[in-house]
Design a protein around this ligand. Structure first.
Ligand code: MG
Ligand code: NI
Length: 474
C-alpha cells in the first residue's frame, strides 16, 4: 500500500511531463518517477519523404531545438551524399551551433532556473519566473535577455529569418555570413562576454548558500557521454564519442556515430513514452549516463580558449574533480556560453566565414547515413535509411533528453526523499523536485516529437489509492 504525489505538468521546462512521488505507510518517499506523457511517433511519419527534407521536417517537430536537428540532419545528409563538405561550410555550421548553445543556455539559466535561486524556492510561484526576476533585478534580467537575443541573432544572420527553410543542407550550407553580420556580431561580443562573466560571479557566490541543493539535486555517480575533439578538446559539432566515469576514467573513446547501436541500447518502460538509453556494455539500468553541458565539461580535457579554460580549472576545483551533482549543469552551461563566445570571436575573424564556396554537390551515394551533433542539451543522433531515389525508408533519432532519462528519474527520487515527508507537502518542496528536472533543461517536445507548454499538476495519493491532495498551476 503506497501513497502517491503527482506533479503534472512540470513547469518551466520545454514540453509536457509529470512527476509521481510514492509514499509508504510511514509517509516516507519510496520512489519518484519522471513520466513523459505525450507521444507523436514522429519517426514513422518521415517515411516516404525525401532525405533532403529531413532538416526542415525535424526542425519543425521541435520549435525549441530546430538548429540542433538542422545540423544533425545535414550531417546525416552528408553521409548519404558521401561528401566532405567545404571547410567554410563546416565553420558556418559551427558558428550557428555556437549561437544556438548561447541562446539555449541563456534561456535555461536566466529565464527558467535563476528565479529559484534569486527569488527563493519557496517564494510565490506566480512571481517566481522571468517577470518576477525583471521586477527584482532588472539589470540582470535585461542582460540575460540580451545574451539570449545575441545567440538568436547569430542564428538569424546565418539562416535568415526562415530557419525552418533548412539553411544547412546535405553537402554544406546555403549561404555564408554577410560582412554586415560579421560586424554586428563583433560589436555585440564584449557585452555578451561581460554578461556571462557576471552570471558566473553571481552563480559562484550563490553556490555557498546552495550546498544542500548541490548535495541533493541528482548527486550520484554515472557515466558521462559526448563528443570530444583531438586530445580531448571540448566539442559541439565534430569529433568522436567518449564515455567517462565519475572518477574521470575514460571507458571508451574515439567511438564513431556509425556504430552507435553497438554501444547504446534503448530500454522501454511501461510508465513513460520517453525511452531509456543506456551504455550497452554495462547493461540496463547500470549503463546510466548523462549527456549535455555537465557531461561535455566533465569529459573534455580542455576548452581550447583562454577564459573558458581558466573557468574550467576553477569548476573542477569546486566540484572536487568530476562534477557528479546534476546541480552543476547550471554552472557547466555558463562555462559553455563563455567557450561559445570565445569560439565565435575566433570564427568571425576567419575569412572562410564570408566565402561563397559553401556547398558540395553530389547525388545519392550511400543508402544509409548516421549523423551526430551536440545539441545544447546533449548528443543528438539522426539515422536514416533511404531508397535509390533518396526517399526515407527508416528513421531513428536518439535525442539528448532521452539519454538523460535514467538520470532525471534518479534525480527526482533523490530530491523527493530528502525534502518530502508525510502528507504535508508544500509548493516549495515540489518546486525543488521540479528543479531537479529543470537542471537537465529537458526538451520534451523533441524527445517525444510533440509540441506543447508545460503547466504543473501535483497529486498526492493515499495508501488506499485515493487522492489526498491535488495542486494545479500554469
Ligand atoms: Mg528513436
Ligand atoms: Ni527539442
Amino acid at each position: 500500500m503506497t501513497k502517491k504525489i503527482v506533479i503534472d505538468p512540470v513547469t518551466r521546462i520545454e514540453g509536457h511531463a509529470k512527476i509521481s512521488i510514492y509514499l509508504n505507510d510511514a509517509g516516507e518517499v519510496d520512489d519518484a518517477r519522471f513520466h513523459v506523457v505525450e507521444y507523436r511517433g514522429f519517426e514513422k511519419f518521415c517515411e516516404g519523404r525525401p532525405f533532403t527534407e529531413m532538416a526542415g521536417i525535424t526542425a519543425r517537430i521541435c520549435g525549441i531545438c530546430p538548429v540542433s536537428h538542422l545540423l544533425a540532419a545535414a550531417k546525416t545528409g552528408d553521409k548519404i551524399l558521401a561528401v566532405k563538405i567545404p571547410p567554410a561550410a563546416e565553420k558556418l555550421r559551427r558558428l550557428m551551433n555556437l549561437g544556438q548553445i548561447t541562446q539555449s543556455h541563456a534561456l535555461s539559466f536566466f529565464h527558467l532556473s535563476s528565479p529559484d535561486w534569486l527569488l527563493g524556492w519557496d517564494s510565490d510561484p506566480a512571481k517566481r519566473n522571468v517577470f518576477g526576476l525583471i521586477a527584482a533585478d532588472p539589470d540582470l534580467a535585461r542582460a540575460g535577455i540580451r545574451l539570449r537575443q545575441f545567440g538568436q541573432t547569430v542564428i538569424e544572420l546565418l539562416g535568415a529569418k526562415k530557419i525552418h527553410a533548412a539553411w544547412a543542407v546535405p553537402g554544406g550550407v546555403r549561404s555564408p555570413l554577410s560582412p554586415g553580420g560579421v560586424a554586428w556580431i563583433r560589436d555585440r561580443l564584449p557585452e555578451s562576454r561581460a554578461t556571462v562573466k557576471m552570471a558566473l560571479d553571481l552563480f559562484k557566490n550563490l553556490m555557498e548558500s546552495l550546498t544542500t541543493e548541490i548535495e541533493q539535486f541528482g548527486h550520484f555517480p554515472s557515466l558521462f557521454m559526448g563528443l570530444v575533439g583531438k586530445n580531448g578538446l571540448w566539442e559541439h559539432y565534430g569529433g568522436q564519442i567518449r564515455f567517462s566515469d565519475s572518477e574521470g576514467n575514460i571507458l571508451a573513446d574515439g567511438l564513431s556515430e556509425d556504430d552507435y547501436q553497438d554501444y547504446l541500447g534503448e530500454a522501454v518502460e511501461k510508465w513513460s513514452y520517453l525511452k531509456f538509453p543506456y551504455y550497452k556494455p554495462l547493461g540496463y539500468p547500470d549503463g546510466i549516463y548523462r549527456v549535455g553541458p555537465l557531461a561535455r565539461v566533465n569529459i573534455c580535457s580542455h576548452f581550447g580558449t583562454p577564459e573558458a579554460d581558466k573557468e574550467l580549472q576553477e569548476f573542477r576545483q569546486r566540484a572536487g574533480g568530476v562534477a557528479t551533482s546534476s546541480f552543476f549543469y547550471h554552472y557547466a552551461r555558463l562555462l559553455e556560453i563563455l567557450a561559445a563566445l570565445e569560439r565565435i570571436e575566433q570564427l568571425i575573424d576567419d575569412p572562410d566565414i564570408t566565402s561563397q564556396r559553401v556547398r558540395a554537390n553530389a547525388g545519392i551515394n550511400q543508402l544509409e547515413g548516421i549523423g551526430v551533433s551536440e545539441a545544447p542539451r546533449g548528443t543528438l543522433f539522426h539515422h536514416y535509411k533511404v531508397d535509390e531515389n533518396g526517399l526515407i525508408q527508416k528513421v531513428n533519432l536518439i535525442i539528448a533528453t532521452g539519454q538523460n532519462n535514467l538520470a532525471m528519474n534518479k534525480t527526482v527520487a533523490q530530491i523527493a526523499k530528502h525534502y518530502i515527508q508525510g502528507t504535508e507537502v508544500t509548493e516549495g518542496m515540489l518546486n525543488r523536485v521540479e528543479a531537479g528536472i529543470r537542471a537537465f533543461d529537458p526538451c520534451l517536445s523533441c524527445s517525444t516529437h510533440a509540441a506543447g507548454q508545460m503547466p504543473l499538476h501535483v497529486q498526492l495519493w493515499g495508501a488506499d489509492g485515493s487522492i489526498l491532495n491535488e495542486v494545479y498551476r500554469n
